[in-house]
Design a protein around this ligand. Structure first.
Ligand code: ARG
Length: 594
């Protein structure tokens, strides 16, 4: 149960009882209430009910209206169009609702806990060992982190899984090279600076990768030694595994430095990479082969699908085990499903992965369904995301045509945002340290917000100028709205927010108050649909309504009676809390001053 009942729930209850009184057989029917531009709420459910009862919809609507108890919550209700109900909320109910949120110490802002929490495993933020992170890894991390937070806020049990790419034949040449050049991963100086050690780790790995590759391509004997290493690695040879572990550890230093820059908490225990399922691979294959889900074809273990064919019209199978006995990406993912379903007891598996891997997941999920690991009670879903494009609308690349390093991108966003913060601080009130801290919060917020505000499956343009713009649908705009409210509350000093339900409200106050009431619905929708963009849209609308309110209604004016000041401070305060909580669900900070 929510600690604060929303206005929409109260209206819903009022309408449901009026409906039952007017048409007893409609008991329990949904009046289909929605927020509307024409009235505070509109109910459209009477049309269908009238049709079912073979009654005239306008007449039925009129009967329902006569049964609606007006007063405390509903001020007025009218029939409109073919039989809609337009509902106006009483000002005192809007104020009363704000007061309840303000007084509620749970900080839930009217958001209820889900009645039957399940367990959801989210697979996100999965970079690859010994490789630089790029914008695709950014999307998975940012979207995944927000979905984790949204679901946790509703009370769902969430298990995070970072399925890092830490296994595969490329490790043969890397391990062999490091064995032959044992000091290549040594750090020059020990430092507490995470960013600096992260940079050093990545540059070591990158240098080693290039050198190993060069040798592998030019030196036949090295190639043979490298291939033998792959066999040793797969056989679990302790010395080979120890060297492999060095690559994983070194990469984690780098990953953690990037996640820290992203202001994102990634826990070591949740990093279960591809190698984490090695022990299950043979059994996964055995289960699939014994049940007939997978069949041997030219020595390989394959799963076939009627609707998946290559350009030549021949079926394209999912290869679970190669003819040489090696296991690939699919075997690992199928084993991970078994682990998540049977060991972690998940009801729902979410994969925040690039849309370009959709065919892989389609085949993997269908295979798991045929094997009985997934079913109507245990579902898997790829939260597929689109490509990050450059300003020219083409996949984001450097001028030299290389993939853009994620760190460079984040640093540039922080630089731009720092400039904006410095420029806005016309009175020179912020110290250099404060400018740097806010610059990072604004810059990283801008990158996250831009990513989250388009629905995940769409491509979007990475345009820093737009991202740090103070006007428009950006995180900076929301952060400024929040900081402005904090400044008002500070200026109010001793005067505290307080509810005065007897006051009639300005249209801008009503609009803001009613939108605040919609926070719970927004959280529920964004969580149920794994759609953080619904939260960004809500918050942007909230900040816009606040701007209008602030324009139209003086808050701290000496001309205002004390009750008006207090009542408006209440609106300010609840708006600030809602902005803060909403942004937190997106992983974005709201500095107190900007
Ligand atoms: N490491 C992969 C990549 O960089 C993403 C892993 C996605 N998760 C999974 N369970 N396959 O593309």
């Amino acid at each position: 149960m929510a600690s604060v009942t929303s206005l929409s729930d109260s209206v819903q209850q009022h309408l449901a009882s009026a409906l039952t009184a007017a048409l007893p057989e409609a008991a329990g029917a949904d009046p289909l209430l929605r927020r509307s531009d024409r009235a505070d709420f509109q109910a459209n459910g009477i049309l269908a009910l009238a049709k079912k009862a073979k009654a005239n919809p306008r007449e039925l609507a009129t009967q329902v209206v006569s049964q609606v108890a007006t007063g405390d919550v509903i001020d007025d209700v009218e029939v409109s169009g073919p039989g809609f109900l337009n509902i106006t909320i009483a000002d005192k109910a809007i104020t009363g609702n704000l007061a309840a949120r303000y007084a509620d110490e749970s900080g839930r802002l009217g958001v209820p806990y889900t009645e039957k929490p399940g367990t959801t495993v989210i697979d996100y933020a999965q970079p690859n060992v010994a490789k630089e992170m790029h914008v695709g890894h950014l999307r998975s991390a940012v979207i995944g982190d927000s979905v984790v937070k949204l679901l946790e806020f509703t009370g769902e049990n969430v298990v995070r899984r970072h399925h890092i790419g830490d296994w595969g034949t490329q490790f043969g040449m890397l391990i062999q090279y490091l064995e032959e050049h044992p000091h290549e991963l040594d750090h020059k100086a020990s430092t507490d600076d995470t960013a600096a050690s992260g940079e050093e780790a990545m540059s070591n790995l990158d240098r080693l990768y290039k050198a190993a590759r060069k040798l592998f391509d030019s030196d036949e004997e090295f190639k043979t030694r490298a291939r033998r290493r792959v066999v040793d690695l797969q056989a679990g040879d302790p010395k080979t595994l120890a060297t492999w572990q060095k690559f994983v550890d070194e990469s984690k230093i780098y990953f953690f430095s990037v996640f820290e820059k992203l202001d994102m908490e990634i826990r070591d225990a949740d990093i279960v990479g591809e190698s984490g399922y090695n022990d299950m691979l043979a059994e996964t294959c055995r289960l699939l082969e014994e049940s007939g889900v997978a069949v041997r074809s030219e020595g390989a273990l394959c799963v076939f699908f009627d609707d998946i064919k290559g350009p030549d019209g021949n079926p394209v199978p999912l290869i679970v085990q190669k003819s040489d006995g090696g296991y690939g990406y699919a075997a690992t993912d199928l084993s991970a499903i078994r682990d998540r379903v049977f060991h972690l007891k998940a009801n729902e598996l979410i994969y925040v992965v690039d849309a370009r891997q959709s065919l892989h997941f389609k085949m993997v999920f269908e295979t798991a369904r045929r094997a009985g690991w997934l079913n109507d009670d245990v579902k898997a879903y790829q939260l597929a995301f689109g490509t990050v494009l450059g300003k020219d609308g083409k996949p984001f690349k450097t001028r030299e045509g290389e993939t853009v390093r994620l760190v460079d991108l984040l640093d540039e966003a922080i630089d731009r945002a720092t400039a904006v913060v410095r420029e806005k601080d016309t009175l020179g009130q912020l110290s250099e340290e404060e400018i740097a801290e806010r610059g990072a919060q604004v810059g990283i917020g801008a990158v996250k917000y831009a990513d989250l505000s388009t629905s995940a499956n769409r491509d979007y343009k990475f345009d820093l100028d737009q991202m740090v713009s103070l006007n428009g649908d950006t995180s900076v705009y929301l952060q400024y709205a929040y900081a402005r409210i904090q400044s008002i509350l500070r200026k109010a000093g001793e005067v505290r927010p307080a509810a005065h339900p007897e006051l009639s409200l300005h249209a801008a106050e009503r609009a803001l108050g009613l939108h605040l009431d919609a926070f719970a619905e927004t959280v529920a929708e964004a969580a149920a649909e794994y759609a953080p963009h619904k939260m960004t849209a809500y918050l942007y609308h909230l900040a816009s309504l606040f701007t209008t309110f602030y324009d139209k209604c003086q808050v701290l004016s000496a001309d205002n009676p004390a009750e008006v000041v207090e009542n408006r401070l209440l609106l300010c305060d609840v708006t600030a809390r809602t902005l803060h909580q909403g942004m937190a669900l997106l992983g974005i900070r709201t500095p107190e001053r900007l």
